[in-house]
Structures are given as C-alpha cells and as structure tokens.
Design a binder for this molecule. Structure first.
Ligand code: GDD
Ligand code: MN
Length: 373
C-alpha cells in the first residue's frame, strides 16, 4: 500500500531537512506500507528546492514538484494530489506542514488509524487530548476555536471538530479520486474547508485524532492577512448555496404574512373577524403555494403535472388546520375581551405563529420533501 506525504513549502529550507529526516525514521515503524514524500515548492527564494534535491541524493523516496511561482496553499496541494494519484499511484495521501508545527510523533498516530478503515483521518486540535500552543495569544486561540465552531454550525457539519486542520490522511480510491478539483473554490488556506464540506456531502468516514499543534521555531508564517476573510467568505458562500430554499421560503413567508394581514383587515370591514381570517388565510395559502412551488422549492419540485392536483388538495387540507384553529381562537378571544382591531390582530398573529411552524414542517417533510439523490 502506497502512502504519499505531500508537503507544501515556501521558504522552509531548514525546516524541511529536519522534517524529512524525522519522517524517514518514522516510516521504518510501518514496514508494511510503502511511503513517499512529495514536496511542492512554491518557488522559494531561500534554497528550499536545492535542500530537497540534496536530500533526494540520499533517499529515493523523495519527490519534488517545483512551481514556477507561489500559487497558494490550496493550489499547491491540488498539484500535489494530482501528482500523487496519477504518477505515484498512491492509496493514501497525507497533508502536512513543513514547519514542524505538525509533529512526526502525531504523524505516527495518524498513520496508525489507517488500517481501521477510515476515509479521512484528521489531526485535530479540538478533540480530547489535542492542543494549540500555550504561547498563542488568547485572541488567536479564540479566533481559531470559534472559527471552527462557526463553520461547523453554519454548514451543519458537527462531526468535524477541527475544520481548519492542515494535518490529514485521505484515502484515494472512492474518496479523493471522486473529488472534482475544479470545484475547490479556494486557492489559499481555506481549501481545507472546501474538502471537508465536499467529503461530508459524500458521507465519508471521518476520524479525528488528537494532535499537539506546535510552535513554528524557524522561518516565518505564510499566513496571509486575507486568510481570515477568505475562510469567512467561503463559509458564507456555501451557506447561501445550501440554504437557498430556506431563505426563499422565509421571503415567501413574509409575503404571505403581509397578504394575510392585509386581506384580513380589509375583509374585516365587511364580515366578522373569524370569517375574515378564513378568507385571508385562503388567499395567503394560494399565494404561498404558487410561489413555493414555482420558486422556493423549485429544485425539489417532485410534483409532476399529474400529481399537481392531488398535492394541491393535500396542501389545502393541511393549510386549513391552522386557518380554522385561528378562526376559532379569534372568536374565543372576542367572546372574552370584546371585538377590537387589537384583539383580532393579536389572534391573527398567534394563529400565524402556529401556522408557520405547522406549514414549514408539512412543506419540508411531506410536500416538497428533499429528494434523496
Ligand atoms: N507551495 C506553497 N505555496 N506552500 C505554501 C504556500 C504557498 O503559497 N503558503 C504556505 N505554504 C507552506 C508553508 O511553507 C508551510 O509548510 C505550510 O504551507 C503551512 O504554512 P504556514 O505559514 O506554516 O501556515 P500556518 O502555520 O499559519 O498555518 C496553518 O493554519 C492552520 C490553521 O491554524 C495551516 O497550514 C494549518 O495546517 C493549520 O491547521
Ligand atoms: Mn505553520
């Protein structure tokens, strides 16, 4: 079984020598695996590529890809993945930083999980036993932790605790080779989140292994100021893409609410409130059905022309549950507190609140149920 450790470098001459030597020693602990190291150098100015070429004279396990210019971390990794898959026939690829913040000891722990059948093994700072450097300023710890938490929550991927870890082992067959690299939105550090999101959609088997994220002791961090913004934008972009239906549903809901209240108060001039609420409810119901069916849930529209009528009947029947309930509620409120604009509209609002919960449940669970791909 072939495992390729992909290491991106930018000005890591001293670190890369130490790391490669340490890794070569650790490889010996796993005689059943066939290891390679693939350094992807972003045209470093400090002689990193030359240092790697020197090491290549001593070990045949080392490969070097030289980029013509620094193209970003995500972009460097994708080049590394493509090379590992097509040229080195790897079964697993490892992502690891060159600057020794990812320790060779943790490397051993990650590799040890492979035989347990996981697809993606993440070196995690945020599971029990994992850590970030004590020396980090509080704000840095907070940004890192809450950044991960924000991404997990917004994208509803709770199982991955460390969303931005750059220390990982990924299976190639059926996992990495199924990813269309042109779909990776970020060329920079945020590529890690792209992959987690795509893997989560693929329902791969994740495993998080605790790691101690160390301090960089040589060279300088390449973390750019734009990283934070890029990562945030990436999460928002995915969030919007994934919640399009819900956002549209909310807009239609507001339209329906407005229609309902307007028609209610107009018809209330001519008929009693309890009756007016049934008229306005019926109008609002038609309004929201049309917009939800042809707009908000258009991509889920399981409703063929033949099914449109029965679905519509079901929709009407279900919608009359909250409509009739609120008509009864308004009537009762008026019996107790007397008829007034305030009382009837209060009854309407209470009824509408119940209606929103009822309808969203029926719409998303029954009528416009997400088709399982
Ligand atoms: N080829 C190439 N091109 N390599 C790069 C580039 C690039 O544009 N940018 C950075 N690198 C290399 C660095 O030389 C280093 O080996 C590795 O990528 C990570 O860069 P660092 O500068 O050390 O990043 P960091 O310590 O801020 O970063 C890390 O952020 C995370 C979240 O806190 C990550 O790399 C993570 O692994 C970490 O989890
Ligand atoms: Mn680093």
């Amino acid at each position: 079984m072939k495992i390729v450790v992909v290491i991106p470098t930018y000005n890591e001459r001293d670190n890369i020598k130490i790391l490669i030597n340490a890794l070569l020693q650790k490889f010996a602990l796993f005689p059943k695996y066939d290891f390679n190291i693939l350094v992807v150098d972003g045209n470093s100015k400090d002689g990193t590529a030359e240092a790697v070429k020197d090491l290549q004279k001593e070990s045949k396990l080392i490969y070097l890809l030289e980029e013509t210019s620094k193209s970003g971390l995500g972009s460097a990794y994708i080049k590394g993945f493509e090379y590992s898959i097509s040229k080195l026939n790897s079964d697993y690829v490892v992502e690891m930083d060159a600057d020794l913040q990812h320790s060779p000891e943790d490397f051993v722990n990650l590799i040890s999980e492979i035989e347990k059948g996981y697809d993606v093994i993440i070196g995690s700072r945020y599971v029990k036993g994992g850590s970030v450097p004590n020396e980090w300023a509080l704000y840095r710890k907070l940004i890192s932790y809450f950044g991960s938490l924000f991404a997990r929550t917004a994208l509803r991927i709770p199982i991955v605790k460390d969303f931005t870890s750059g220390f990982k082992v990924t299976k190639v067959k059926g996992v990495l080779d199924q990813v269309d690299f042109s779909k990776i939105k970020s060329k920079g550090f945020a590529y890690k989140m792209d992959f987690i999101i795509i893997f989560s959609d693929m329902k791969v088997k994740f495993k998080e292994v605790p790691i101690h994220f160390g301090l960089r002791d040589r060279g300088t961090s390449k973390m750019e100021k734009t990283n934070f913004k890029d990562s945030f934008n990436l999460v928002i972009t995915y969030f919007k893409e994934r919640n399009k239906n819900f956002l549209k549903f909310v807009m239609v809901g507001f339209g329906g609410l407005f229609t309902d209240l307007l028609v209610f108060n107009i018809s209330n001039i001519f008929v009693r409130s309890a009756t007016a609420s049934i008229i306005s409810g019926s109008v609002a119901m038609l309004f929201t059905f049309t917009l939800n069916n042809f707009w908000s849930f258009r991509d889920r529209k399981a409703i063929s022309f033949r099914m449109l009528f029965p679905t519509f009947l079901f929709y009407v029947a279900s919608s009359y549950v909250p409509i009739l309930l609120r008509s009864y509620l308004i009537h009762q409120l008026e019996v107790v507190y007397g008829e007034s604009f305030l009382i009837s509209n209060l009854g309407m609002m209470l009824g509408i609140s119940f209606g929103i919960i009822w309808n969203f449940t029926v719409y998303s669970k029954i009528i416009w149920k997400k088709k399982n791909a």
